[in-house]
Write a protein that binds this ligand. Structure first.
Ligand code: NAD
Length: 672
């Protein structure tokens, strides 16, 4: 079966994981960026780093801007090399095939041109006409505008179907969020292509409607505007200090950083003219250039009542914008929350915050906000409806198979309690559905299946063997459910599978992977044992590979997908990402009605030989933890039943949580 057959159904457009849709074009070979000011070169650096061999043409009317852009790219390369984020080969590749020019004619060969020039509608429309006049008929043309709807930017063009807005966030080479706008004349295939391209190159595309300021700038601009309106009764430092409960950097600190006052005046004026007086920009923006405030991490004491008033107002604007975005279907709830975290630096998304505060408290905040800021959007539905959604999973269905994608890019798709509960809920909801053949679990993007489990709660468990074992037992609720399922669950490993993430994959009934994927149980480096199955599941399923698992568990060694396939641990390997899902779907079909249980009873395995470290890092691994892991492996294999072995694993995890190594290493890790 080919990947095209697997997705060639009318529902293709509805698939929420971008990489489930096979790309309808290759990655671009040449990209042009028009506007080499603040963000244009950063977009260029992202693309050059993500697409090897890419030809980049930077166009500006200002020679100085072009020269500064070249210097900036060189500085990024130097920094990347120093921090070992890029290799010397990549560094050379990034700096080659780079053209800077004032001549639009140099864009002729570009497959995609991104406009990142000054935020002005007439200027941008003129630029798009100039671009359309020189590029190939099938080249894509997108704008990085932060506020102007695609309809206004592109409707005058001869071929508007190949145009849209791709809105990056600063710094564009590091910030993963990109809004991709679905507008009335945009070719749906192009939007799908861009969504897939961004996802495959490490970004998190958020598809939104063509509203003024799209989704995330509505939140950001109004958040900043509200902060400025509060200055009648508070100082910027006070507003930033109170806001630090909600964001990593307060609104005034960010405005200073981005020289953003004029942008807010402009975008809020647009919103005021089209949506109402309540969006009027704060007058103070016109008279102040920089704000006296504190850097992130520093706060000042704010008088209690004033702090409460600031907090209520900032939460009020956040909740008001969030419900408006959902009521007008500008974006989805999961994208809104994720985008606020990734792009805008919120500690939690607005909907998650609403959920945590509860409907009564949210209503109190909104009532106060409505009284202080008449005209601002208010909920149109019962509050609970706004926050009942899956935060961390994308769920798709292809030919009777439910494909669950872990999407937590801020933590490389790592598990936490909420992710585990959402996974379990989706499986329980669908497993008795006659139409459902089985499930695939995969990770979002091309880098990680799942990077493990959050260890934030570990410090509380250190030194308490019983509590730690209980924690592991509790974390196993999803895995025990998988053990007992009749319908197949296949792990499609699309990148790294680490620790708890690998333990999840091991409990699926089969694993397939894409080339370059790898597995690791790095717990020993933190002084602990993997607690939810890894001490026994792999041995029971593939006893002949015992020596490989011994080294993975005691030395934290990696296992490449290619080697795992040779040993029969994974059941299929695809050359690229687009081949992975067809393999996983075919595997579900093969296993239908034939799901094998993890072998019960004792299991014979090669005894662990003394550890043989290969390098300094392995030599430095904690011997107390290694000894506990080693005896647990032996005891788990000798256990009369699988259930007993699993229980021994929880206890071993508890035992390692009481070692000095665990205390030192976990605290050092969290400190970093
Ligand atoms: P900027 O003012 O720093 O740079 C704009 C560049 O466009 C300048 O170098 C200017 O010389 C050039 N330019 C002007 N007219 C041109 C023309 N006709 N042809 C070619 N080049 C021309 O602006 P910026 O901050 O880089 O923003 C660019 C766009 O990106 C804007 O639409 C802005 O709203 C959007 N945006 C910026 C950021 C950000 O963080 N800076 C974030 C998201 C979106």
């Amino acid at each position: 079966m080919t990947s095209r057959e697997a997705t060639a159904t009318p529902q293709v457009r509805g698939l929420s994981n971008p990489l489930l849709v096979p790309p309808n074009h290759p990655l671009p070979a040449a990209v042009g960026i028009v506007g080499a000011g603040t963000i244009g070169p950063d977009i260029g650096y992202y693309l050059k780093s993500a697409i090897p061999g890419l030809k980049l043409v930077l166009v500006d009317i200002n020679e100085e801007a072009l020269a500064a852009a070249v210097k900036r790219l060189a500085a990024y390369v130097e920094k990347g090399l120093a921090k070992r984020k890029i290799t010397p080969v990549q560094a050379e590749d990034i700096q080659q095939n780079l053209t800077t020019t004032t001549d639009y004619g140099d864009l002729a060969e570009c497959d995609w041109v991104i406009e990142a020039a000054t935020e002005n509608l007439d200027l941008k429309r003129q630029i798009f006409s100039q671009i359309e006049a020189v590029v190939k008929p099938n080249s894509l043309i997108t704008s990085n505008t932060s506020s102007l709807p695609a309809e206004r930017l592109f409707s005058h063009l001869t071929h508007p179907g190949r145009t849209t807005v791709t809105h990056f966030f600063a710094p564009a080479f590091r910030n993963p969020a990109v809004e991709v706008i679905e507008w009335s004349q945009a070719d749906p295939g192009m939007v799908l292509y861009l969504r897939g391209l961004f996802c495959a190159t490490g970004k998190v595309p958020l598809v939104t409607s063509d509203a003024l300021c799209f989704m995330l700038d509505r939140v950001f601009d109004n958040w900043c505007n509200e902060a400025a309106l509060l200055l009648e009764d508070a100082t910027p430092s006070e507003v930033d200090s109170v806001s630090s409960e909600l964001v990593h950097a307060g609104p005034f600190f960010v405005l200073n950083l981005a020289h953003g006052n004029p942008i807010i005046v402009e975008t809020n004026t647009l919103q005021m003219e089209e949506e109402g007086e309540h969006y009027r920009p704060a007058e103070i923006f016109r008279s102040t250039e920089t704000w006296e405030t504190l850097p992130p991490g520093q706060t000042i004491e704010v008088e209690h009542n004033r702090a409460a008033a600031i907090r209520d107002r900032m939460l009020g604007i956040l909740f008001s914008q969030a419900v408006d975005i959902l009521d007008r279907e500008i974006g989805t709830p999961e994208d809104l929350d994720l985008g606020c975290v990734l792009a805008l630096g919120f500690k939690k998304g607005p909907l998650e915050l609403m959920n945590e505060l509860g409907a009564a408290e949210v209503q109190r905040i909104l009532d106060r906000f409505a009284a202080e800021r008449p005209g601002m959007p208010m909920p149109k539905r019962p509050l609970a409806e706004y926050f009942s959604f899956r935060r961390f999973l994308l769920v798709d269905e292809i030919d009777g198979v439910v494909v669950i994608t872990l999407r937590r890019p801020q933590a490389m798709n790592a598990l936490n309690d909420a992710v585990t509960d959402e996974l379990l809920a989706v499986i329980r909801e669908r497993e008795n559905d006659e139409e459902v053949l089985g499930f695939v679990i995969t990770g979002y993007g091309a880098r990680a299946f799942c990077a493990g489990a959050d260890i934030g709660s570990f410090p509380e468990l250190l030194g308490d063997a019983q509590a730690a074992a209980g924690f592991a037992r509790d974390c196993s609720r999803l895995l025990l459910h998988l053990d007992a399922m009749e319908k197949p669950v296949v792990a499609a490993i699309n990148g790294m599978a680490l620790g708890g993430g690998l333990e999840l994959a091991l409990r699926c009934h089969s694993m397939v992977a894409s080339a370059g994927a790898w597995m690791q149980l790095p717990e020993v480096t933190l002084g602990i044992a993997p607690g939810i199955g890894a001490l026994t599941v792999p041995y029971r399923r593939w006893p002949e590979a015992a020596s490989v698992f011994h080294d993975m568990l005691r030395l934290g060694r990696k296992l490449k997908a290619e080697d795992a396939q040779e040993m029969g641990i994974i059941d299929g390997l695809s050359d690229d990402m687009s081949g992975l899902m067809p393999l996983a779907l075919a595997r579900v079909r093969q296993l239908s009605g034939k799901v094998a249980r993890i072998p019960d009873g004792q299991c014979e395995i090669a005894a662990p030989t003394p550890v043989e470290p290969r390098n300094k890092h392995e030599e430095a691994l904690p011997t107390d933890t290694q000894a506990i892991i080693e005896s647990a492996i032996v005891a788990c294999a000798a256990a009369e039943t699988f259930a007993e072995a699993i229980e021994l694993g929880y206890l071993a995890f508890g035992e390692t949580a009481c070692t000095d190594s665990a205390r030192t290493r976990i605290n050092a890790f969290l400190g970093r």
